[in-house]
Design a protein around this ligand. Structure first.
Ligand code: PMP
Length: 432
């Protein structure tokens, strides 16, 4: 892979911060150095001046995470931009177990698998887009698209190309058709502006709840190889898949080192802790870490240590057992949402059964644009949903879709909410 094509001039111009590098090296050297070594290198504040002294965090099943003086001092201190080493190595083992990436032992410059911790996967995605995209670049997505991605992509001035999708995600035949306007060798000629990147949410897509099949992923990956583009696999609902076996990921197929995978603990450990991670080829992850060095410096050391201690205590099997419990909860929530939808919305709307995630994507029949219905009338009926418009690059285009989230409300509330929505739709149809 020639990665230079995928790195903007801004990203290419980033260089390692001398302070951070010395600081990070310093931490490493100090760990090995004799106690008599005096280091004037780190520009860290002195933790003895910090007001927080210790913490005890109780987790489920009687697990206790302790921040005694030494750990607390570390938790309150600056740390490595790529993430704290013990969390990184835990995550690396997890990725190897779950995805067995072919790039694991490639030479670094040939796309060896690398990982960095990000402040939620949103942070990683935003930095990946900024690393890759120049104004005018062609980017492949399947609309509707997670609005947080559109908000990050559109200001970069790229040209969004929509690939058709259905309940099994992006349709490879549609992608093939779009790509047929180029020849594979065009990727070597910048003037031809071949797509640089395909972005997709392969599981429990936000907002549709759809998941991409393994077969389709293979076809898409082969097209990525043929036309030489990168794939961003934004997979925060990977751990909220309702059916086993889980479909193989793009990362597991990545023989070239062209996949950047965004994972998140937001849906299974906590969204407020802001811990996610990117896995991808070293030459690209390195660029993203340089961006982290000049933006947040690193994801909170405290939350990384908190997450690491829990994961270490659990081990991989314990973590996956927790994931099973989370899946069980959301599957019940999904089933309650489907039951309520069947009861109240049959005949008024259409939807697919979500195979992962937290969303039901509802198409209202007979109303071409639901924006006004939701933004002006739904609140008076005491029910809130998200109108579909915001999930398209052209947000002013009419949309008959609504996104209903089944993550927070009780099955009883879900039932009442869909009853209210049904009344609203009926009233609106009668008015028109
Ligand atoms: N991608 C998608 C598709 C999402 O739905 C979300 C969360 N709403 C994110 C990324 C961001 O997740 P995180 O909390 O890990 O930043």
């Amino acid at each position: 892979m020639n990665y230079s094509r995928f790195i903007t001039a801004t990203s290419a111009a980033r260089w390692p911060s001398p302070i951070r590098t010395t600081g990070e090296m310093g931490t490493e050297i100090l760990g090995r150095a004799p106690k008599s070594l005096i280091s004037l290198a780190p520009g860290m504040p002195n933790p003895s001046t910090f007001p927080f002294k210790s913490a005890v965090i109780t987790a489920e099943d009687g697990i206790t995470i302790r921040f005694e003086e030494e750990t607390m001092n570390r938790a309150l201190q600056y740390s490595q931009s790529a993430g704290i080493p013990e969390l990184l190595s835990w995550l690396k083992q997890l990725q190897v177990k779950l995805h067995n990436p072919p790039t694991l032992n490639y030479p670094p410059d040939r796309g060896q698998m690398d990982i960095c911790v990000t402040s939620g996967c949103q942070d990683g995605l935003c930095k990946a887009f900024e690393m890759i995209i120049n104004p005018g670049d062609n980017i492949l997505v399947n609309e509707p698209v997670y609005s947080g991605t559109l908000q990050a992509l559109l200001p970069l001035g790229c040209n969004i190309i929509n690939v058709a999708s259905d309940e099994y995600g992006m349709i490879p035949a549609s992608l093939k058709e779009i790509l047929s306007q180029w020849k594979p060798e065009d990727a070597k000629n910048p003037k031809k502006n071949t797509p640089k990147l395909l972005y997709t949410v392969p599981n429990g897509n936000n907002p549709t709840g759809n998941s991409l099949t393994g077969e389709r992923k293979k076809e898409i990956y082969e097209l990525a190889r043929k036309y030489d583009f990168l794939i961003i696999e934004d997979d925060p609902y990977y751990f909220v898949q309702f059916n086993k076996p889980w479909a193989p990921t793009f990362l597991s197929m990545d023989v070239d080192g062209r996949v950047i995978r965004a994972d998140s603990f937001s849906k299974v450990l906590s969204s407020g802790l802001r811990v996610g991670f990117l896995t991808g080829p070293k030459p690209l992850i390195e660029r993203i870490v340089l961006h982290i060095q000049v933006s947040s410096l690193h994801t909170s050391t405290f939350t990384q240590l908190m997450v690491y201690q829990l994961l270490h205590h659990w081990g991989e099997d314990g973590f996956l057992a927790h994931v099973d419990r989370v899946v069980h909860f959301y599957r019940n929530q999904r089933d309650a949402a489907l039951a309520a939808a069947d009861k109240w919305l049959s005949g008024l709307a259409e939807w697919h059964v979500p195979t992962a995630g937290m969303f039901l994507w509802i198409k209202v029949k007979g109303i071409s644009d639901v924006k006004e219905l939701i933004e002006e009338k739904a609140i008076k009926k005491e029910v809130l949903l998200v109108p579909g418009n915001g999930f398209y690059s052209n947000s002013s285009a009419p949309s008959p879709y609504l996104r209903a989230s089944f993550s927070i409300v009780s099955p009883e509330q879900m039932d009442v909410a869909f009853q209210r929505l049904a009344e609203l739709i009926k009233e609106s149809l009668e008015e028109n």
